[in-house]
Design a protein around this ligand. Structure first.
Ligand code: DOR
Ligand code: ZN
Length: 440
C-alpha cells in the first residue's frame, strides 16, 4: 500500500496516528515525546522513551518539528454563499488546513448576508461536507449589515453562530451599537467590532501619512479606527457586554484597548499577521495586493503592536483571510478591493516577523494563534492534553520557502508576500483526529 492510501485509510477509519519525536507543546510546557491520536482524541502523550512498538497506527516522524495545538482563526472570510468566484467553503477550509488551522470563524459579509439561521445552518452544513476543519460562523449583528435593525440573535445562536459582527463596516450609530451589545449579551454572544469611521476615512485607500502624500493616494487617518475603538470600548463597559475588536492596526488603537482593559471593560482584541510584518511603505509600487482594510500602517505602529502582543493587550492574531478574484485586484489602486488572502502565509509571516528575530518565543506565538483566540470566542480548542480533541499542527520551524500564490489552495491569490522567502512551514494538520493536510 502506498503512503497516500495509508492516509486515505486513516481518514476513513479515524484510525490511530502516532506522532513521534517532535517537540510537543502542552499547557505544562514544551517537551520532546510522542503523541498518540485515537478515536479523534489525544489518547496519550509520552516522553521520548514511551513504549510504542506494538501500536497499530499511521506513524508520523516529527523529529526536529514542533507539535502544537491546531491553529484557531477567529476572523476570516470564506465568501460562500454568493462570492464563490473568490472562495468557497471547500477551497477556504483546504487553505485553512494548509495554513495549519483546525478551527476558523467566518464573517457574515456573504450574499445573502449571514443574518438569519438558514444561512448560518447552510455554512455549517457545507463545512461538515468539506472536511475536518471546523467552521464557526460569525453572524451579522444587523440585518443586511445595514447598521439598523438587529438580527434575531437567539435563532442565530441556536443555528450555530458563535458571535455577531457587521465586519467590513462599523455600526455607524452609537446608540444602535449599544443596543447590539445589550442584546448580544442576553444570548451569550460576543460582539466583534470592525472599527472604522467611514466619514473619517472619507475615501482614503491607504494609511494617511508620508507615503500617501508621496504616492498621491487618498489617505485614511488612523483616527478613523481609534475613535471607533474608544467608542465601542466605552459602550462595552457601559453594558458590561463582551466586545472583541477586530484587526487593531495602530499604536493608538492598541493603547486604547490597554486602557479599556485596565478600566475593567470586558474587551479583547486581535491584530493580523500583515500588520506585524508590512508597513505603508509597501504600497510604493502601487501593488493592489497591499490594499487592505484597515490599511498597512507605519513602523511605529508595527512595533507598538508587537509590544501589545507581549503585554497581553492584544489577545490574538487572526488572519482576516480576505480572498479576492484577480479582477477585483488587477485595477487601479483606488478601485481595487481590500483584503489579503492570509491563511497560507499566516504562520510563516508571524514566525519570520516575531519568532526569528527573538521578539516572541514559539510558545508565545502559538498562544496568540491558538489557545488565546479559542478562549476569546469560547471554542473548545487550543490545548494539547490527554482526552482533548485531536486538533494538532506539525510545523517545521527551520524550513524556508518562497511565497507563490499559484500554489495556494485558496482561490484568492491576493497576497503582498509573493516572492518573499519566509521561515516556518506547516507539515501536517490534524483536525479532530483526521489528517486535513499533509505537506511534502
Ligand atoms: O480588507 C478587508 N477585507 N477588510 C475587511 O474588513 C473586509 C474584508 C473583505 O471582506 O474583503
Ligand atoms: Zn473587518
Amino acid at each position: 500500500m502506498n503512503e497516500s492510501s495509508v492516509i486515505e485509510r486513516a481518514k476513513d477509519n479515524v484510525k490511530n496516528i502516532l506522532i513521534e519525536g517532535g517537540k510537543i507543546l502542552t499547557p505544562n510546557g514544551t517537551a520532546p515525546g510522542s503523541l498518540l491520536v485515537s478515536g479523534g482524541k489525544v489518547a496519550a502523550i509520552s516522553g521520548p522513551d514511551g513504549a510504542r512498538e506494538t501500536i497499530d497506527a499511521l506513524r508520523i516522524d516529527a523529529s526536529g518539528l514542533w507539535v502544537v495545538p491546531g491553529l484557531v482563526d477567529i476572523h476570516c472570510h470564506l465568501r460562500e454563499p454568493g462570492y464563490e468566484h473568490k472562495e468557497d467553503i471547500s477551497s477556504g477550509t483546504a487553505a485553512a488546513a494548509k495554513g495549519g488551522f483546525t478551527s476558523v470563524c467566518c464573517m457574515a459579509n456573504t450574499d445573502p448576508v449571514n443574518d438569519n439561521a438558514v444561512v448560518t445552518a447552510f455554512i455549517k452544513k457545507r463545512a461538515r461536507e468539506s472536511g475536518p476543519v471546523r467552521v464557526f460562523p460569525i453572524a451579522a449583528a444587523t440585518k443586511g449589515l445595514r447598521g439598523e435593525e438587529l438580527t434575531e440573535m437567539g435563532e442565530l445562536r441556536e443555528a450555530g453562530a458563535i458571535a455577531v459582527s457587521d465586519d467590513g463596516k462599523s455600526i455607524r450609530n452609537a446608540r444602535r451599537m449599544r443596543l447590539v451589545l445589550s442584546y448580544a449579551k442576553r444570548f451569550g454572544l460576543v460582539v466583534v467590532s470592525h472599527p472604522e469611521d467611514e466619514d473619517l476615512v472619507d475615501g482614503g485607500v491607504m494609511n494617511e501619512g508620508y507615503w500617501s502624500t508621496m504616492l498621491g493616494l487618498p489617505g485614511a487617518t488612523r483616527a478613523a479606527e481609534e475613535t471607533v475603538i474608544a467608542r465601542d470600548c466605552m459602550l462595552a463597559a457601559l453594558e458590561n457586554s463582551r466586545l472583541h475588536i477586530a484587526h487593531v492596526s495602530t499604536a493608538g488603537g492598541a493603547e486604547i484597548v490597554r486602557q479599556a482593559k485596565r478600566m475593567g471593560a470586558p474587551v479583547t482584541c486581535e491584530t493580523a499577521p500583515h500588520y506585524l510584518f508590512a508597513t505603508d511603505e509597501w504600497v510604493r509600487d502601487y501593488d493592489t495586493n497591499t490594499r487592505v482594510n484597515p490599511p498597512l500602517r507605519t513602523e511605529t505602529d508595527r512595533e507598538a503592536l508587537i509590544e501589545a502582543l507581549l503585554d497581553g493587550t492584544i489577545d490574538a492574531i487572526a488572519t482576516d483571510h480576505a480572498p479576492h478574484h484577480i479582477d477585483d485586484k488587477k485595477i487601479e489602486y483606488a478601485l481595487a478591493s481590500s483584503g489579503i488572502s492570509g491563511f497560507e502565509t499566516a504562520l510563516a509571516v508571524c514566525w519570520t516577523a516575531l519568532v526569528k528575530p527573538g521578539r516572541l518565543t514559539p510558545e508565545q506565538l502559538f498562544d496568540k494563534l491558538s489557545r488565546s483566540p479559542a478562549r476569546v470566542l469560547g471554542i473548545d480548542a487550543g490545548v494539547i492534553e490527554e482526552g482533548a480533541r485531536a486538533d494538532i499542527t506539525i510545523i517545521d520551524p527551520t524550513a524556508e520557502w518562497t511565497v507563490d500564490p499559484d500554489k495556494f489552495a485558496s482561490k484568492g491569490k491576493n497576497t503582498p508576500f509573493t516572492g518573499r522567502t519566509l521561515t516556518g512551514l506547516v507539515k501536517y494538520t490534524i483536525a479532530g483526529g483526521e489528517i486535513a493536510y499533509r505537506g511534502d
